[in-house]
Design a protein around this ligand. Structure first.
Ligand SMILES: *Cc1c(COP(=O)(O)O)cnc(C)c1O
Length: 462
């Protein structure tokens, strides 16, 4: 007789030792709160939020091992013990010999952009990230998106939507010349495409191309452990390798990386700038002292660096990264079971609702994703964020809005913070909003900050 195979669920490789109570509010309270926040969830008080899926940046729960590390913080001004512990782990896991700490990811982006970019340069990248592109532009570069077309299509099931289209890259190189491209800016998984990974094969093809063309490659390794997990799960030949092995192999062709430690490293603050280039390292240390702090603390406390070093060790454990991405998949699959349009394949750190489809009666200039984010908050106190026309900002040359193909609401999962029951509540709320979607009116923008307008922009109901 054939053995009956029953469903076997997995669960998180940890249990809860400390809890933080959260407030449950009424709809009337939330309606008032979102109006005061000008329909921008970034302007809400976190007290008024029930389940906070705004971002996974710095919102992680640290382990007892990390907290224990905080107690051995060596708060010396220069040469802290924890700096050397972290440096060792940067070498061990990212394979980069040289390193300066920074207060967060964008500080590392600032230094890289300042050192490598001259005004009039071009940066090619696999889609953009808000702060990354802004620092490249502030340093005088024009950003050119060379990601594959599938990345802009929320329905495409391509397993590596973070891949670069070599034809697009080649076209740019032919147009402006390789001399005008100081480096190729690669990220994985690509946040703005819905947390979509880049494949090892694509990295090899890029390496070959860039070697011939004489273009350097840099990697935004903020979520590189998640990318390594996707390679293990989806790419031929990697199933038997460890996450740590894949991570290191992935980064071999790159001259350097910048990292926001607030993601993969499961801490609340911190950044990393690491490189193989000794000359770059010397310049980075110089500028680190100017903008961040001495090159052995870079704006961080010793205890922060210890927590980062330990977080990195934990995240490359298979069960940890599997539980992290597994939770996101659970949410995405449950949303799909209600017929709610999401970006597929389900990404590494977040589920992205397709607001163009969800609120198909709204025009893009009525800010569908901004609107939907506010509506979900009002329904249940769940806080997501807009990733659409507001986040895309304006064209630096024409001054008009950028009109991105993707108009998304991002529900991002802090690492080790919420339970499956929190996800159930979230999905049920979104299903209710979906049921009532035809009644929803759009928004108009009444205040627009000059930079990164999604953070502080203000809106009114139409
Ligand atoms: C968060 C993030 C950054 C910026 O890092 P901060 O620590 O927020 O300054 C850069 N790149 C990616 C891919 C990110 O997710």
């Amino acid at each position: 007789m054939a053995k009956k195979i029953l469903k076997r669920s997995w669960a998180e490789p940890f249990k809860i030792k400390v809890v933080e109570p959260i407030k449950m509010t009424t709809r009337a309270v939330r309606e008032k709160a979102i109006k005061e926040a000008a329909y921008n969830t970034f302007l809400l008080r976190s007290e008024d939020v029930y389940i906070d899926l705004l971002t996974d940046s710095g919102t992680n729960a640290m382990s007892d091992y990390q907290w224990a590390g905080m107690m051995i913080g060596d708060e010396a001004y220069a040469g802290s013990k924890n700096f050397y512990t972290l440096w060792n782990n940067v070498k061990k896991y990212y394979g980069m010999p040289y390193f300066v700490p920074t207060h967060q990811g964008r500080a590392a982006e600032h230094l890289v952009s300042k050192i490598l970019i001259k005004p009039g340069d071009y940066i090619a990248g696999n889609m953009y990230f808000t702060t990354t592109r802004l620092h490249q532009e502030l340093a005088g570069a024009t950003f050119v998106d060379v990601i594959i077309d599938e990345a802009h299509n929320p329905q495409s099931q391509h397993p590596f939507k973070g891949n670069v289209d070599l034809k697009k890259l080649d076209k740019l190189v032919k147009e402006v010349g390789a001399k005008k491209i100081p480096y190729l800016s690669i990220a994985g998984p690509v946040n703005m495409a819905g947390g979509q990974p880049i494949s090892m094969q694509n990295i090899s093809e890029l390496t070959e191309y860039c070697k011939k063309a004489g273009i350097k490659m840099w990697f935004d390794a903020t979520r590189a452990v998640e990318n390594a997990y996707f390679i293990k799960e989806r790419e031929k030949g990697y199933a038997e390798k460890t996450i740590a092995q894949i991570l290191k192999e992935m980064l071999v062709p790159f001259e350097g990386i910048w990292v926001s430690a607030k993601k993969d490293l499961m801490v609340n603050i911190g950044g990393i700038l690491a490189t193989r280039n000794k000359k770059f390292f010397a310049e980075a240390k110089n500028l680190c002292v100017v903008y961040e702090g001495l090159h052995t603390y870079g704006g961080l406390a010793g205890r922060d660096m210890e927590a980062m070093a330990r977080g990195l060790e934990e995240m490359v454990e298979y069960d940890t990264i599997k539980a992290r991405i597994g939770q996101v998949e659970y949410c995405g699959n449950k949303l799909k079971s209600y017929g709610i349009p999401i970006v597929e394949p389900i990404g590494g750190h977040a589920v992205f609702l397709d607001a163009k489809k969800f609120l198909s009666h709204l025009k893009q200039i009525e800010f569908p994703a901004q609107t939907l984010t506010a509506e979900i908050y009002v329904d249940s106190g769940v806080r997501g964020m807009e990733r659409g026309i507001v986040s895309a900002g304006r064209n630096a040359k024409t001054g008009d809005h950028n009109y991105p193909k993707l108009e998304l609401v991002r529900l991002t999962f802090p690492r080790r913070v919420y339970t499956q029951a929190h996800i159930d509540v979230t999905v049920e709320s979104i299903a209710q909003v979906y049921e009532d979607r035809k009644k929803i009116r759009g928004l108009k923008m009444i205040y627009e900050p000059k930079y990164l307008r999604f953070f502080q922009g203000r809106f009114e109901k139409l």
